[in-house]
Design a protein around this ligand. Structure first.
Ligand code: SF4
Length: 280
């Protein structure tokens, strides 16, 4: 007993102060790939190696449209490795959760060269949200909205369990999501929020719909990871319905493969704001 107390005191507080203090992220962490559309002369090599088709090229006459979908991206970094013009680099950004699927799409229009490369950027749309959307004090916001803690039910619709490992980490002493008054529950009937991982497999489609129906209103639905947003590496096929929003309505999208705990926390906090709007 004395040793346990001694260890506890010598360890001190291990819980991170995120989001009040920015998260410390290792330099090796692979986050969002960043695209310098003005400097990008040829997107074809990156599109060719992208394993999920997150980079799409559409040519029409003398113009080219390059679309990057962060909802499909698994942050593998291959596009940065093959882009010789240094227009793509992997960052450590993880605060990417958005309220709409369209916000995860970047689109750039180019005029086309005869050799297939593109030259001048004619239009460049960037739609990612900023950290400001998360807003002020979370636990206070939850209490003002619900008058109690926020109950979250996690639903595995067919994931590889990578996202589950990160979600489980939210409850450890480092991330300690309960400090915000957010806790996981065992039944959708007790939940305010569904945290759905994985592409929705055909076998889980009905279960997801029933879980949605069993969750009382007002509720928020959060699609977790590339698979939850778009089907990710599994896509849409005979066994998979693709992203969660093909089966039930989604309020918040959290990109990543898997999203790290802080990215999940960021998305959940964003969803609290969405829930507050619904309650109002
Ligand atoms: S980092 Fe994303 S966009 Fe780049 S190759 Fe990998 S999946 Fe495709």
């Amino acid at each position: 007993m004395f040793k346990i107390l001694q260890n506890t005191i010598s360890t001190g507080i291990a819980t991170v102060a995120y989001p009040d203090v920015p998260a410390v992220v290792s330099a090796q962490f692979r986050g969002r790939p960043e695209f310098d559309f003005a400097a990008w002369r040829d997107a074809r090599p990156a599109a060719g190696v992208c394993p999920t088709g997150a980079i799409e090229i559409t040519d029409a006459g003398a113009s080219r449209r390059v679309t990057v979908d962060y909802g499909l991206c698994i942050f593998c970094g291959q596009c940065a490795e093959v882009s010789t013009d240094n227009a793509v680099r992997i960052t450590t950004d993880f605060e990417l959760a958005t309220l709409s699927r369209a916000s995860l799409m970047l689109v750039a229009d180019y005029s086309l060269n005869a050799d297939g490369t593109h030259r001048q950027l004619t239009a460049d749309y960037r739609a990612l949200v900023t950290a400001d959307e998360v807003g002020g004090k979370v636990s206070q916001a939850i209490f003002q909205t619900l008058g109690r803690s926020l109950a979250v039910r996690q639903v595995d619709a067919g994931s590889c369990n990578g996202c589950e490992m990160e979600i489980a980490a939210l409850n450890n002493p480092i991330h300690d999501i309960e400090r915000f008054g957010i806790h996981f529950v065992a039944s959708p009937r007790h939940a305010d929020m569904l945290l759905v991982t994985g592409p929705v497999t055909r076998n889980m489609e009905l279960a997801v719909q029933k879980t949605y129906a069993a969750t009382p209103d007002p509720k928020v639905i959060v699609a977790v990871g590339a698979c939850g947003i778009s089907g990710g590496i599994f896509g849409t096929n005979y066994a998979s319905r693709g992203g969660v929003d093909a089966t039930i309505p989604v309020d918040v999208y959290i990109p990543g493969c898997p999203p790290r705990p802080e990215a999940l926390l960021y998305g959940i906090l964003l969803a609290v704001g969405r829930l507050a709007e619904k309650v109002r």
